[in-house]
Design a protein around this ligand. Structure first.
Ligand SMILES: NC(=O)c1ccc[n+]([C@@H]2O[C@H](COP(=O)([O-])OP(=O)(O)OC[C@H]3O[C@@H](n4cnc5c(N)ncnc54)[C@H](O)[C@@H]3O)[C@@H](O)[C@H]2O)c1
Length: 388
């Protein structure tokens, strides 16, 4: 943005869940009953609010907050009950006017794929996360940078020589493991997927269960996109002053509500708290279990985000072209109800656009070489199923 002044921001640091959902609702209110015609989502909350809004408008009622144990979903229900009272067809109309969403992250894509499978996705979705130039760069190198940044700013603890446990060895986990190992930590990985577990082992890391590590590990990082990875029970058994943080999308990777129920909380500094158990030992938790690289540091640097956002921009241009029934950059026609990935030629273009900045000099295929390996001279150079 050349002149960011005037761009509305519906967020502030330390907002409560109630404030977060009120902000999300306001960000989707363009006045006169209108909403966004296209969405750039990160984690799928905007998309979820619209879809739940439509669902409850159809039903004519929003379930009461007492119908769920999920603290966050209680706030979603309260927000939507208020919306239904104000304007009973608001979300139905917003969904009708929405040409599509492009989704940034793994967790948001899981939600979209679920909706597409059950036939409830109301507009086309482009999965930006699974462009190679997103997940194999932002999730990996971005987290490799910002995990350690968050840990250093919050804890000021010497990492060298410590035992760090990284839960999950997907793209984010791989980046986190590299940065902790780079600091001289002895890294242990936990995994459920035999392929990722084997990868970790063959990179030279011990793979164990979290239970195996509780009495000696110093640092725990969750990267799974799953929930209840570190339970309050685990933390009760951890070594005194073990550091616990999450870099996956949602705060439910760590059982925070249960931890709060079992301990006394002492704030050390903003976004860093000590939780003391009755037996006197404590754990140190970053950013209250939320994304520690955003809570305790400033997230990923702009270079790696540029690759992610170039994909987002292409996806948004395509959704706009598609809405006007014009030829899209990908050549795809995007139907409501489906989730799409940008084709490899555009993925390669995103990478190509970032080469000069790093002084990269690419080799050009000769016509004969291109024919020999059966690819076009200008790409795409790999089949869609290629794994980098
Ligand atoms: N903080 C950030 O800046 C940032 C950036 C990108 C992605 N994310 C988020 O990070 C999370 C992970 O993303 P990813 O792209 O690495 O996903 P991924 O699917 O590549 O990796 C997650 C890994 O966790 C493993 N896993 C699942 N349940 C587990 C369990 N119970 N114990 C141990 N391992 C388990 C999976 O097998 C998988 O290998 C997502 O929530 C994503 O949205 C955060």
């Amino acid at each position: 943005m050349d002149e960011p002044a005037g761009i509305a921001v519906f967020a502030w640091k330390n907002e409560s869940l109630e404030e977060y959902w009120a902000c999300t609702e306001k960000a989707l209110d363009f006045g006169n009953g209108l909403g966004p015609t296209q969405i750039v989502d990160d984690g799928g909350d905007a998309t979820m609010l619209i879809h739940k809004g439509v669902e409850f408008e159809k039903a004519g009622a929003v379930p009461g907050p007492e119908t769920t144990n999920n603290t966050e979903f209680k706030e979603v229900l309260k927000t939507l009950a208020w919306c239904l009272e104000q304007s009973p067809q608001r979300w139905t109309n917003v969904a009708k006017g929405c040409h599509g969403v492009s989704e940034e992250t793994t967790t948001g894509v899981h939600r979209l794929v679920e909706m597409a499978k059950e036939g409830s996705l109301l507009f086309p979705a482009i999965n930006v996360n699974d462009s190679c130039t997103k997940s194999k760069f932002d999730n990996l190198y971005g987290c490799r940078h910002s995990l350690i940044d968050g840990l250093n700013r919050a804890t000021d603890v010497m990492m060298s020589g410590k035992v760090a446990v990284v839960c999950g060895y997907g793209d984010v986990g791989k980046g986190c493991v590299q940065s902790l190992a780079g600091q001289g930590c002895r890294v242990i990985v936990t995994e459920i997927d035999p392929i990722c577990a084997l990868q970790a082992a063959m990179e030279g890391y011990q793979v164990a269960t979290i239970e195996d590590t509780l009495d000696f590990a110093d640092i725990y990082i969750t990267t799974t996109g799953n929930f209840n990875i570190i339970t309050a029970d685990h933390m009760a058994k951890m070594k005194d002053k073990a550091i616990v943080g999450n870099i996956g999308h949602f705060d439910n990777e760590i059982e925070m509500t249960e931890l709060e129920g079992m301990t006394t909380k002492t704030n050390i500094k903003p976004q860093y708290d000590m939780y003391t158990f009755e037996d006197g030992h404590s754990v140190l938790v970053l950013a209250e279990g939320r994304l520690l690289n955003l809570g305790c540091a400033t997230g990923h640097p702009s270079f790696v985000m540029s690759a992610s956002f170039t994909n987002q921009t292409i996806a948004q241009i395509d959704l706009a072209l598609n809405a006007e029934s014009k030829p899209t950059l990908s050549g795809e026609t995007y139907d409501g109800g489906n989730v799409y990935i940008l084709p490899k030629i555009l993925d390669e273009k995103v990478a190509r656009l970032h080469l000069d900045q790093l002084g990269v000099k690419l080799t050009t295929l000769s016509k004969e070489q291109a024919e020999y390996i059966n690819v076009p001279v200008d790409g795409p150079f790999k089949p869609e199923h290629y794994r980098y």
